[in-house]
Design a protein around this ligand. Structure first.
Ligand SMILES: [Mg+2]
Length: 270
């Protein structure tokens, strides 16, 4: 696979990176669309490190600018992640950490600069059952296509490092990560629409497909294109929050989803 080869062919904001050369593709397969961050990657430590570094950066900045020493009380990782999973606003997380409200915009600027920085990507880890889940999909003849707001190169680096590349058929990622942050649901819909169209054009089956993901953007995208939705609570949203979005199914991990989705799909296409 050549990333360069694909990159120069289009100036579109988002493009699919084909991880399996055409000649290696098998016959038509049933496609399962899956999000990356959450189902496959545990991003909690990166988010927590970003938050901690954002607090340190604003503290240093204020001290440098005015000589004032801020007294901050960073939350524990568990408390921080519980709040993120329940969509507590960033400003509330910041003020509960002792940051004066007037300094929030400065803090969030540091956070946004840091969160996708290569130095912090090292904190990403693979979800415990992701390898087994992806292997299971493949064994059941399902074609796993990733639809993610991450940059395709970051996705590819991670998959290679974790030796997961051979289990993923294709990746549809966002080229402009900042645009994706601005409207995640809309960007996810655009990517999923393109993925469905291109997979269908390649002769694969998308009629009984699923969209598996950990946020409202994944559920909204799946519902928009009338495919089944499976929400996973191992990511950045809690089970209670996801339940309120009424996905077709709600699971604790990608492996739990893989077992049931494969069985349901087998019955549908029998
Ligand atoms: Mg996600």
């Amino acid at each position: 696979m050549s990333l360069k080869k694909h990159s120069h062919r289009t100036s579109a904001r988002s493009l699919p990176i084909r991880l399996v050369p055409p000649e290696e593709r098998t016959v038509s397969q049933q496609v399962v669309f899956c999000d990356f961050d959450g189902p496959i990657v545990d991003v909690s430590e990166r988010y927590y490190q970003t938050y901690r570094q954002g607090l340190s950066a604003i503290k240093q900045h204020i001290q440098y600018e005015s000589g004032e020493r801020l007294t901050l009380q960073p939350l524990s990782k568990q408390r921080f992640w519980d709040m993120k999973q329940n969509r507590v606003a960033d400003i509330e997380i910041a003020t509960r950490s002792g940051l004066p409200e007037a300094l929030f915009s400065g803090f969030i600027q540091h956070v946004e600069k840091l969160v996708n920085h290569p130095n912090l990507l090292q904190w990403d880890s693979v979800q415990p059952s992701a390898y087994e889940a992806l292997k299971y999909f493949n064994q059941r003849g399902l074609r796993v296509v990733l639809v993610t707001l991450r940059h395709p190169r970051q996705v590819d680096d991670f998959l290679q490092a974790q030796r997961l590349t051979h289990l993923i058929a294709e990746v549809y990622g966002a080229e402009d990560v900042n645009a994706a942050q601005a409207n995640r649901a809309e960007q996810k819909c655009t990517l999923l629409e393109r993925a469905i169209a291109q997979q269908t054009a390649q002769g694969h089956h998308t009629h009984n497909s699923w969209m598996i993901g950990d946020t409202e953007a994944d559920i909204t995208a799946g519902k928009t294109f009338n495919i089944s939705t499976a929400a996973l609570s191992c990511g950045i949203r809690s089970q209670d929050y996801l339940h309120r979005l009424s996905p077709d199914r709600l699971y604790s991990s990608l492996l739990a989803a893989a077992h049931e989705v494969a069985n349901i799909t087998a019955l549908q296409i029998a």
